[in-house]
Write a protein that binds this ligand. Structure first.
Ligand SMILES: [Zn+2]
Ligand SMILES: [Zn+2]
Ligand SMILES: [Zn+2]
Length: 158
């Protein structure tokens, strides 16, 4: 692997969340231009060392984000207000996908799922601002129960 590819993979692996090509370029210590970063990301994905998904948000538009492939397959939440990623934990829709396969006869190889909305911090801020208005629908229960511990991630061997 070239130095640039190694450096790009290193940036992905040390990141705590998905990165766009621009994020990688901004974090890379090796001297390489954006075109090299793009090419390296493409290469890493081709080699199965990285995977990516495309996410739309009003500020960033349509952007591709990369994670290293050695990471546990998981799903991400993107906050539409502060634009940070929140780890939603390991994949819990596999049984649903199996059901879909059984119902339709297709064979699912990969899937992409991301969620957008407001993170807990932005919710708290928005909630505080809205409290005086008092016209919020019954939606005040924070979805904290949805964030699972990842301890059962490893034990899925079939
Ligand atoms: Zn937020
Ligand atoms: Zn964003
Ligand atoms: Zn999944």
């Amino acid at each position: 692997m070239t130095k640039a590819r190694e450096a790009v993979l290193e940036v992905l692996e040390s990141a705590k969340n998905p990165l766009s090509a621009a994020d990688v370029a901004a974090n890379i210590s090796t001297l390489c231009d954006t075109a090299t970063v793009y090419r390296s990301l493409h290469y890493l994905e081709e080699q199965g060392l990285a995977e990516s998904f495309v996410l739309y948000c009003t500020t960033h538009g349509t952007e591709r984000y990369y994670v290293p492939h050695n990471a546990e397959h998981r799903h991400w939440f993107h906050c539409e207000q502060c634009h940070r990623f929140v780890d939603l934990g390991c994949c819990r829709i596999e049984s649903l996908l199996e059901k879909m396969e059984a119902e339709t006869g297709v064979s699912i190889r990969t899937h992409t799922l991301y969620a957008t909305g407001l993170c807990s911090e932005c919710r708290a801020k928005t909630g505080a601002a809205n409290n005086s208005a008092g016209n919020e629908p019954a939606q005040s229960q924070a979805p904290t129960a949805f964030i699972a511990s990842s301890d059962h991630c490893q034990s899925r061997s079939g």
